[in-house]
Design a protein around this ligand. Structure first.
Ligand SMILES: CC(C)(COP(=O)(O)OP(=O)(O)OC[C@H]1O[C@@H](n2cnc3c(N)ncnc32)[C@H](O)[C@@H]1OP(=O)(O)O)[C@@H](O)C(=O)NCCC(=O)NCCS
Length: 173
């Protein structure tokens, strides 16, 4: 798809970030999870306070994919102590790549992924890693296609439900 721009998200973009964050999370996970667990995660995980802290963190970066002034996807990467796990200074975490359902399969995810790789090169890290829900085969295939390999499994809690995340990494040095 032509005309997509990848732009860095600033603090005053917080409302748009909250909207795209909630919508893409809901579209991705609502069918496999209870309404109650979903609501809890959407309210807490994307609260204005939480997003404000994340946007002010120098070791986290958010990017929007923008088409005709509309945000259609976003990326979040973390380095240093802001990584959710591992916290290796020589690593970058892709915490989130999400594209609106309507725009999936049109290379928007690939553009966001390439931005993450650009950040990893700027930072000079040795490897990029991420955690992906084991019941999200589309995303797992997307990362495998980009060269990621599985190296571990971790438990993640969505409300009262324990779920397994597959940890994947791509060595770049
Ligand atoms: C996973 C996701 C980010 C991929 O973005 P996308 O814009 O749909 O993917 P792209 O069009 O850029 O695809 C890039 C490549 O990955 C492959 N791919 C993407 N999604 C795939 C899927 N569901 N199944 C198989 N392959 C897939 C494509 O075939 C494409 O390969 P190609 O270049 O040979 O055609 C997007 O589908 C998404 O937001 N999914 C829901 C949210 C999610 O699960 N995010 C990851 C959480 S960890």
């Amino acid at each position: 798809m032509n005309g997509i721009e990848i732009v860095k998200v600033m603090l005053n973009d917080i409302d748009q970030l909250q909207r795209i964050g909630k919508q893409t999370f809901y579209e991705t996970f609502s069918s496999g999870n209870s309404e109650e667990n979903m609501k809890g995660y959407l309210d807490n995980g994307f609260s204005t306070d939480k997003l404000k802290i994340e946007l002010s963190d120098k070791r986290s970066e958010f990017y929007f994919a923008v088409l005709d002034d509309n945000v259609i996807g976003y990326l979040k990467v973390n380095s240093g102590q802001s990584q959710t796990e591992i916290k290796d200074d020589n690593a970058l975490e892709i915490e989130r790549i999400y594209v609106l359902k309507e725009f999936q399969g049109k290379k928007v995810g690939q553009l966001l992924y390439e931005k993450a790789m650009e950040v990893s090169k700027q930072k000079g890290v040795d490897y990029v890693w991420l955690g992906v829900w084991e019941e999200n085969p589309g995303a797992i295939r997307f990362y495998k296609k980009n060269g990621f390999v599985e190296f571990d499994k971790h438990i993640f809690k969505l409300g009262d439900d324990e779920q397994t995340d597959i940890m994947m990494k791509l060595q770049i040095k």
